[in-house]
Structures are given as C-alpha cells and as structure tokens.
Ligand binder design. Structure first.
Ligand code: SAH
Length: 396
C-alpha cells in the first residue's frame, strides 16, 4: 500500500525542510490518498520533492505532525524506540539525572522530536501526556517501549484541559499500566523531599522545569527574608529555608497545593516557613499596605496568555506583580521574575521590568538570565518550545 501524500502549496515548504514539525491546514494544497486520522503520510513540496514523514489529523489545526526527514522510514515501534531511547539517553547519560526517587522530564514533545507527548518520571512512576492524536492512538506501543527503557512500576495518563477538542482525542486521566501511584509518592531533588500528586496535582504533579532555578535562587537566600509568590508545593521557598533563610512566606491560591507545601516543610524539617492561601495580587497589596519588607521576592505565576490576543492583558498582569514586588523589597533586595508564557519573550519581560524600575525610580541590575532545567531542552527547529524565563535581578 502506498503512503498517502500531503502536498504543500507552492513556496510553503521551507520551514519543513528546516525541520519544523507542525504543518497547518493553510500550508496544504492537496491530499492524495485518503489518510484516516492518525495515519502515516508523506509530506511533499509543490515541486514533488519528499520533505518528511508524519502523522495526519484532520481534526487538529496541525494537520500533519512531522517525525522523520529520511525518505522510506516507517513510523513503527522501532522508529519510536529509537526516538524515545535518544530522549532517555540525554537524561541518563548526558545530564545524569537518573537515580532512586529522582524526578525529571524524560520526553519533552517537539524538543525531543516527538511532537505531542510529554513523559515525566517521578521515582518508579511515569506520568504521560498526549497532545497529538497520532501518538495517543499509539499509546500501547509507546508505553510498552517506555517500560522496556525505564522499568517503571506504573504509568499514569494525564490529559491537558481542552486538548480533547483541539485534537479530537478521547482520553481520561488514570493508570495506563502497572500499579497506581501511591498517595504519598515522593521525589528527592537536591537533598529535599517533595510530594508529587500524580493523579491530581498541577501539570503532571510537580514543576520539574524550575529545578535549577531553585538552586540558583537558594544560593542568594542565607540569612534573608524570602517571599515565594505562587509557591505551589513550596519549591523555591523550601530551597530557601534549607539554604538558611531566616523567614519564608509562601503564597498560593490553591489549598491542595499548600497542603503539599506544608507537608513538604514538615518532611524536610524546615520550620520558619509559613504558607498562606490567597490571591497573590491581593496579598501582595496587603503586605505593601502593612509595610512588610523582604530581601528576596520570587514571582512564579502561571501562564497568563494562551493566544496572542491575550498578551496585552498578560503584560499588565506581569507589570502589576512587579510593581508590588519592588515595593516589598528592602534595600538592594533580590527579585526573581519567572515567566512561563511562551508568547512573552525575554526582551518583553525585561521591558516590563525596566518600566517598573523606572517608574519606581529604582536602579536594577540583572544578575542572571535563566531558562528551564536542561531536561526541558529547545529544539532549534522549533524554538516555540522555549517557554520558561527566569530573571534574577538586584533592585537598588
Ligand atoms: N513556584 C512553583 C510553581 C508555581 S506554578 C514551584 O516552584 O513549584 C503557579 C502557581 O500559581 C500554581 O500553584 C497556582 O495554584 C498558583 N496561582 C495561580 N493564580 C494564582 C493567584 N492569582 N494567586 C495565587 N496563586 C495563584
């Protein structure tokens, strides 16, 4: 049987020769053959040159996701075994992240040339997320390969809100294979213990992308009063407390997140941490009004914009947070500005901070421009996957 062909409009092939994996409907001239959703297709330029092989989905805006640029390569088990093996190799043999009870991202979608799937490892359990129908429908084979490569005790499926509609995927959270995760599943990260609620926690249960940023910030916290705004399960705050902060205040709007944070504080024997349930915007205003001061303020808000139309409002949100944070900082304090909104770039974030500093008549020095930990790499062919920025500054 010949593989169905997706033929691009004239002059539209260049990004795909450049190995960008998303073929939107608008770039396609015609489809030859009748691929079902999830089927393998070959992408051709208008001049009839082979570009790449991918998986088709008429229900997604991304009509074809590309996986192989070698003509004649079939997207079968052995192909995915190779791709997943390369992803595992990076974490195990380059970054040396493996070890008992460790947490790390094993597969990061486009960044590992596997558009539409994420795998996070938490000790003996894997959390798997599919955002592409082509991979979701191959999940049994993929789980089988993951078991072979990683020998987990269980594999749990997490779904992203709204993805069913975007991709036409019918999936529900739950165990995919093996033992269900225990309620007190715990990982060890740089000598600290963190509970991971794989079934109900945010993301796949924990924010692995901030691992190295927590280390960097902790180094600035000995003897300091630290405010950890948007603290989730206590990441930055508990690192700070362990590093010798005199006082840590964590704020989050989610009571289940704070329950994890408080239990994590106990498990790590870290007193002088307080975790408060509140809206950060309101709570920071109250702290300003009360004249409170901190030496280090961490801002790690959730994604503020999912599309371009939402960016101006998102920038206002970042600006408001920074205005409040600057007011809370004592003399020459440290400001940590995290931004996981992919549509807001590092220069955009710096512009916001520059405006806020100027308005407040404060000098500000950037000490570090950071990104996510390297188990969240960025494929140069798909730079959209670089989403997390972390700026560390000193506000004079
Ligand atoms: N810093 C954390 C990750 C933060 S994720 C870590 O290192 O693990 C963003 C957090 O912001 C989530 O826990 C979410 O519950 C919280 N959140 C979202 N909007 C909020 C708001 N308006 N006020 C307080 N917390 C909020």
């Amino acid at each position: 049987m010949t593989t169905p062909k997706v033929v691009l409009k004239s002059k539209r092939a260049q990004p795909f020769f450049g190995r960008h994996p998303w073929v939107f409907a608008g770039a396609i001239d015609r489809i030859e053959g009748a691929p079902v959703d999830g089927a393998e297709v070959d992408l051709y330029s208008s001049g009839d040159n082979f570009v790449a092989r991918g998986l088709f989905n008429s229900q997604s805006k991304i009509h074809v996701r590309l996986y192989s640029w070698e003509p004649g390569v079939v997207l079968d088990r052995s192909f995915f075994r190779g791709r997943l093996g390369r992803a595992v190799e990076l974490r195990h043999h380059v970054l040396n992240l493996a070890g008992p009870g460790r947490g790390y991202r094993v597969v990061f979608s486009e960044s590992d040339f596997l558009s539409g799937m994420v795998v996070d490892r938490y000790g003996d359990w894997l959390a798997v997320q599919f955002t592409a129908l082509g991979l979701a429908s191959r999940r049994e084979m993929i789980v089988d390969v993951l078991r072979e490569l990683l020998q987990p005790r269980g594999v749990y499926l997490r779904t992203e809100k709204g993805i069913g509609k975007l991709e036409g995927i019918e999936l529900h959270d739950g165990p995919l294979w093996g033992e269900p995760p225990p309620p007190d599943l715990t990982i060890e990260e740089n000598g600290l213990r963190f509970l991971v609620n794989l079934a109900e926690g945010q993301k796949t249960g924990y924010y692995l992308d901030q691992r190295e940023n927590r280390v960097a910030v902790a180094g600035l916290c000995p003897g300091k009063r630290v405010l950890d705004a948007f603290c989730y399960s206590g990441g930055f705050g508990l690192y700070a407390a362990k590093a010798g902060a005199t006082e840590v205040l964590g704020i989050d709007a989610s009571e289940p997140a704070l329950d994890l944070a408080r239990r994590n504080a106990v498990a790590n024997g870290l007193g002088n941490t307080t975790f408060t349930c509140a809206d950060v915007f309101r709570q920071l205003s109250d702290l300003v009004a009360a004249g409170r001061k901190f030496d280090v303020v961490v801002l790690d808000p959730p994604k503020f914009a999912r599309n371009r139309a939402a960016v101006p409002e998102a920038l206002k949100g970042y600006r408001r947070l920074h205005q409040l944070a600057v007011k809370l900082l004592d003399r020459d304090g440290v400001l940590v500005s995290c931004c996981c909104t992919g549509l807001i770039s590092l220069p955009d974030l710096e512009d916001v901070i520059a405006q806020v500093a100027a308005e407040a008549k404060r000098d500000l020095q950037i000490l570090a421009r950071r990104g996510p930990s390297p188990d969240h790499p960025v494929a140069i062919s798909c730079r959209e996957s670089g989403y997390l920025k972390c700026l560390i500054s000193r506000v004079l």
